[in-house]
Design a protein around this ligand. Structure first.
Ligand code: NAD
Length: 323
């Protein structure tokens, strides 16, 4: 890459890993900025940009999950400096040109090739410490990219093939990883599924599921990966009748009768929350959520309307197994 001074980014919880990376980089390390937080508040992005300038950094090494990679993207958006991503969760941000920055409590997302990491290093050893309560939902976040890629507006046969492969990899690996978090083979398999998830996310547009999760997460301050986990079965059920072939491919990869049930059962199997009420969603917020989620039209195979989304949210609130 021709770079000489890398600033290593991490969350405070992963400072030790960042220090290790910095030590291994030796003279190529410009320093460490271990203050990444969820949803990339603009203030933290500014602080990191200032620190990069102060240290005369010409590259970022983002070591961590979607929050850390997201911080790298926010800095790269302004500076244009390259990112080397070392992902340690299954969010998949490292493979996408999508960025998000939160300003005044509102998260804005955008797409820019400048923020796509130049190099991604997958090291399974760095995922062994991912706690089970983060592992499961994080894997289901990748699953959401894969399922929605199948019915994307600009879906294509190659991306769909990758999506099916990713669904299969996560369906077989996540239960094994939950049983034994140090199972190297299963962890590698899960990372493979996550890589496929990030790849399809970066290649085709997402639909209702992602929009709904964005709305719920932002407005009700719900945890990102957990919202994806809870909503996905209902989004699949919502679209089933309109894209039966695509959903049947997902079902087959999940080893289930329907995609919706397969995703729901997988979440139960890995001990993840399956109800909005269990992750902090207030019952009285459902009307408002349905209203915001249907305010602006956007692509979804089945048209998105208030009544349909309201029913979906109610089912998700109670965590009812999809029919
Ligand atoms: P995260 O990055 O917030 O990590 C969650 C916690 O787990 C943090 O405390 C982190 O330090 C810790 N952690 C991460 N890896 C660990 C490991 N291997 N061992 C021990 N602890 C570890 O969580 P996430 O779900 O990866 O990222 C969520 C964020 O990513 C959200 O803001 C979401 O919007 C964004 N995201 C962006 C994209 C994109 O393409 N732009 C895609 C998916 C998610």
């Amino acid at each position: 890459m021709g770079v000489k001074r890398a600033l290593v980014l991490a969350t405070p919880e992963q400072r030790r890993e960042a220090e290790d990376a910095s030590r291994r980089l030796g003279e190529l390390s410009a320093g460490i900025y271990a203050q990444a937080v969820m949803h990339v508040p603009i203030e933290s992005a500014r602080k990191a940009r200032d620190e990069a300038k102060r240290l005369d950094a010409d590259c970022y090494v983002a070591l961590g999950g979607g929050s850390t990679v997201g911080l790298g993207k926010a800095i790269a958006l302004e500076s244009g400096l390259p990112i080397v991503a070392v992902p340690t969760t299954y969010a998949g941000s490292e493979m996408s040109p999508i960025y998000g920055i939160t300003e005044g409590g509102i998260k804005k997302t955008g797409k820019d090739r400048k923020v796509l990491p130049r190099t991604v290093i997958y090291d399974v050893n760095l995922t062994l410490t991912l706690p089970p309560k983060v592992t499961g939902p994080s894997g289901m976040n990748a699953m959401a990219h894969l399922v929605e890629a199948l019915y994307a507006e600009d879906a294509n046969p190659i991306i769909s093939m990758l999506a099916v492969e990713g669904i299969r990899a996560l369906a077989r690996s996540l239960p094994l990883v939950m049983k034994n978090p140090c199972d190297l083979e299963a962890r590698s398999d899960a990372l493979y599924g996550a890589w496929l998830g990030g790849t399809v996310l970066g290649a085709v547009g997402m639909a209702m599921h992602h929009k709904l999760c964005h709305t719920l997460g932002g407005f009700f301050n719900l945890p990102h990966a957990e919202v994806h986990t809870v909503i996905l079965p209902y989004a699949a059920a919502y679209n089933q009748a309109v894209v039966p072939q695509e959903m049947n491919r997902a079902a087959e990869a999940l080893g289930a009768k329907t995609a919706a049930q397969g995703i729901y059962d997988l979440s139960v199997k890995i001990g993840a929350a399956v109800a909005l009420r269990d992750i902090g969603m207030p019952l009285e917020g459902l009307d408002r959520a349905a209203e915001i989620a249907t305010r602006n039209p956007y692509y979804n195979p089945r048209p998105v309307d208030y009544a349909g989304v309201r029913t979906l949210l109610e089912d998700a609130y109670y965590g009812k197994r999809p029919e």
